[in-house]
Design a protein around this ligand. Structure first.
Ligand SMILES: Nc1ncnc2c1ncn2[C@@H]1O[C@H](COP(=O)(O)OP(=O)(O)O)[C@@H](O)[C@H]1O
Ligand SMILES: [Mg+2]
Length: 448
């Protein structure tokens, strides 16, 4: 059955009190014993029917404590067996937590407050970190935001679903972190956004897919010859660390003409351009700075991006799953590179622009049609990645480019996408959509 909204009350009394309206909605039979599930906990007690109107469920402070219900409130309720009902979903957001000056989830705190508030009235959502889980007791210390700021901790059952927002690539690479996440899966607790994507891993996922033509030609750990061949073939080549982000460590190699080669990059907050008379000289000089090899680097076909005011523009497509397990474009942000910058990151002088306006400016009368095309490509790409990926995905941030012929290219898929595009005033609707979709997806995964 589907779920219904329900008010959960805590007050003295014997048994589990259920309003007649709720009993009818859930189709509960004769009074008797009833089991109540919350996260990984179950309690059993006498069913007491009340004449209260609306959907309400009441239990004593003692039963609430046994169930580890953190507080009264509104959430969803659904029937599991003939005499079993479940309240929730209990949604755990996994992240690193610090406690230097009070409890904090660092830069993620604001976002967690937003998503927990989006889940209010239809879930119990909380944040937690790996060290908060007690596997022996199957409990977790969860953190709920206070209206007045700060966080309050409560001991909870294991959640119904885990949204992984661990922000450190290094922590996520640890074997202990994999084993930690595996423990949820072994208990059939869905956990989505398993880990960060590596650029080359994502390209590999799609290499035999019908959508492979959206990935620029890419080579991991390229040899000097490979880079030279690509320069001859494409005129420009991007060198990117496979596990990198924020544009750090990226070089753009350009063959201007015979005997004029340029490398562009960013160093100490400034855009640099250095000329060479041959590709060999250019590449060998770069190699000297890289301990003689581009280890875990990708050499990638340069894409001639559409431009605004002579600056390249690309797009962040923030994709989420929704309550029906479907991929949707929650929001799109256009990003214009800063003058002389080889990437569009805001930290390198880039600017977030209104997507509709960029499309109108670049594509004129074809703007609406082009935007539809890119949106549907983004959905197709998300589905394709999911098809080839062994873990659950609920969110992807794509960096997509459009070349001057109108072809769509995928530069990167982020499994833990940042939320900076939502700072733009046109992205408010998208921001709300991204939050409510994620809550919807959690409800879907926990079968509410
Ligand atoms: N092959 C390419 N051709 C043209 N521009 C590119 C290419 N690869 C990256 N870029 C530009 O650099 C930006 C950063 O690249 P990306 O692959 O997203 O790396 P990062 O992980 O550092 O964000 C892109 O958003 C795009 O503007
Ligand atoms: Mg990127």
């Amino acid at each position: 059955m589907s779920s219904a909204k329900c008010s959960i009350q805590i007050a003295p009394g014997q048994g589990i009190h259920i309003s007649s309206a709720l009993r009818k909605t859930l189709g509960i039979g004769k009074p008797g014993q009833i089991s109540l599930i919350f996260g990984s906990r179950t309690i059993t007690s006498d069913l007491v029917l009340t004449r209260k109107s609306g959907h309400s469920l009441r239990l004593s402070p003692a039963l609430a404590a046994e169930l580890k219900l953190p507080h009264a409130g509104n959430c969803l309720v659904t029937k599991r067996g003939s005499s079993e009902i479940q309240i929730g979903p209990l949604i755990g957001i996994l992240a690193a937590r610090t406690e230097h000056e009070g409890i904090s989830f660092g830069g993620m705190s604001g976002f967690f407050r937003q998503i927990i508030s989006a889940g209010e009235g239809q879930s119990y959502s909380f944040a937690f970190s790996p060290k908060d889980v007690n596997w022996e007791e199957e409990t977790v210390t969860g953190y709920f935001p206070l209206k007045t700021g700060g966080w309050i901790r409560r001991s909870l059952p294991l959640p119904d679903v885990v949204y992984n927002r661990m922000q450190s690539r290094q922590t996520e690479r640890d074997q202990s972190m994999s084993s930690f996440k595996d423990r949820f899966l072994r208990r059939s607790i869905p956990l989505f956004n398993w880990s960060f994507f590596n650029k080359s891993d994502v390209y590999k996922l799609l290499v035999d897919d019908p959508l492979a033509h959206h990935i620029p030609e890419s080579h991991l750990n390229p040899t000097v010859n490979t880079m030279k061949e690509m320069l001859n073939k494409y005129g420009t080549v991007y060198l990117k660390p496979s596990g990198g982000s924020l544009g750090v460590g990226i070089y753009k190699l350009i063959r201007q003409r015979a005997k004029l080669y340029t490398v562009r990059y960013r160093s100490r907050g400034q855009n640099k351009a250095v000329n060479y008379t041959s590709a060999d000289r250019m590449i060998n000089t770069l190699l000297k700075h890289q301990q003689s090899r581009f280890h875990q680097y990708i050499a990638q076909q340069g894409i001639d991006l559409i431009q605004i005011e002579s600056c390249p523009v690309d797009f962040r497509f923030h994709m989420t799953k929704d309550g029906e397990n479907k991929w949707v474009v929650a929001a799109v942000g256009a990003k214009k590179a800063g003058k002389g910058s080889i990437t569009t990151h805001v930290a390198s002088g880039g600017k977030v622009l209104a997507t509709d306006q960029v499309f109108r400016q670049v594509f004129g009368g074809n703007a609406a049609q082009m935007l539809r095309k890119v949106r549907s490509t983004a959905v197709d790409l998300a589905r394709a990645i999911e098809r080839h990926y062994p873990y659950l995905l609920g969110e992807i941030g794509f960096d997509l480019g459009i070349d001057r012929s109108g072809n769509v290219w995928m530069f990167e898929a982020n499994a833990k996408p940042g939320r900076s595009i939502f700072k733009h005033p046109t992205a408010k609707i998208g921001e709300r959509a991204s939050l409510s979709n994620l809550i919807g997806f959690c409800k879907y995964l926990s079968k509410f």
